[in-house]
Design a protein around this ligand. Structure first.
Ligand code: SF4
Length: 305
């Protein structure tokens, strides 16, 4: 099976989110040059990648974003995605140019069902309206839209309304990703991190919206033991495998990185039926709140396919 390369092409961003995992990289790390991007794309292609996701920061703030996309298309990449805050898609002309260059998947992020919630988290007044317009524009151009929303203390009660809004806007897939306590989120850890066990009723109601409407929906960084009845929505089962080009770092396998370094399971997880396929929470979560919420699930072991 082929893989997907994730290239962080710039850490510039027009939002300043309270949960940003990239922290202050925007002030330190320079844009990836077109030569670097070409090297990333050609070597990943030679190693079996056929999909690419341009991320950041905000990838559409890279001065040569159209060239990056066109380069991927010329090299033969199939799925060319932009993981973005979606604000610049309010300018339909840019979206049309990206589409003409070869972009075929859009990954905007919306973090609340109401402007005040989203804009409060992004510190960018008007960002909710721009991202919503961007999603509408992408839908009107027939683009495949996969959204991400970060779950925080400030927005978890809006997840069902947010899901309803995303479905109404025509997204094909949405994901609720639990805040990863690194970067700016680490600076805000005193208020931004809810208890996973407390948020689950809202998370599940948010998933019910997609399930009822046949829209794919997932959660990320919420282990199976908290997802009873919604195990099929655990995103770690479907996150594409592949490398990540991140500033000076090159991670050969994002999956291995998550399983071996980023996420963690407790010794008490061993008897759990999901032990073999569960990645556990990002390791910073139990450092903050401990392991009490994660209770091994009894039953026949579930094995990796
Ligand atoms: S392995 Fe641990 S974290 Fe994963 S589902 Fe089981 S108890 Fe929860």
């Amino acid at each position: 099976m082929y893989t997907r390369i994730d290239i962080k092409i710039t850490f510039r961003c027009n939002n300043k989110c309270d949960f940003c995992a990239q922290g202050h990289k925007r002030d330190i790390v320079t844009d990836r040059t077109l030569e670097q991007v070409h090297k990333d794309l050609t070597s990943a292609y030679a190693n079996g990648s056929r999909d690419v996701v341009f991320t950041g920061g905000e990838p559409t703030m890279h001065p040569h974003i159209i060239d990056c996309v066109a380069m991927a298309k010329k090299l033969g990449y199939h799925r060319i995605q932009l993981q973005t805050n979606g604000r610049t898609f309010a300018y339909k002309g840019l979206l049309e140019r990206l589409k003409a260059a070869g972009a075929n998947e859009m990954g905007p992020s919306l973090h609340g069902a109401k402007p005040e919630t989203h804009d409060g988290l992004t510190h960018a007044p008007g960002s909710f309206m721009q991202t919503v317009s961007g999603i509408k524009n992408a839908a009107s151009l027939g683009m495949h839209i996969i959204t991400n929303s970060v779950i925080t203390s400030a927005n978890y009660k809006e997840l069902p309304a947010l899901a309803a809004l995303l479905v109404k806007l025509g997204v094909r897939q949405y994901q609720f990703a639990f805040v990863h306590i690194i970067g700016t989120a680490l600076e805000n850890k005193k208020w931004i991190v809810p208890r996973k066990s407390e948020i689950m009723p809202w998370v599940k109601k948010g998933l019910d919206v997609g399930i009822e409407k046949d829209v794919l929906c997932f959660t990320e960084a919420i282990p199976f033991c908290l997802m009873k009845g919604y195990e099929q929505c655990v995103a770690e089962r479907i996150i594409p495998e592949g490398p990540v080009a991140d500033g000076e770092k090159f991670i050969k396998s994002y999956g291995d990185y998550r399983r071996n370094e980023g996420k963690i399971k407790a010794p008490s997880c061993r008897p759990c039926r999901y032990f073999k396929i569960c990645e556990g929470p990002w390791r910073e979560y139990p450092e903050l709140y401990g392991w009490k919420e994660f209770r091994p699930v009894p039953g026949k072991p579930v094995l990796r396919k």
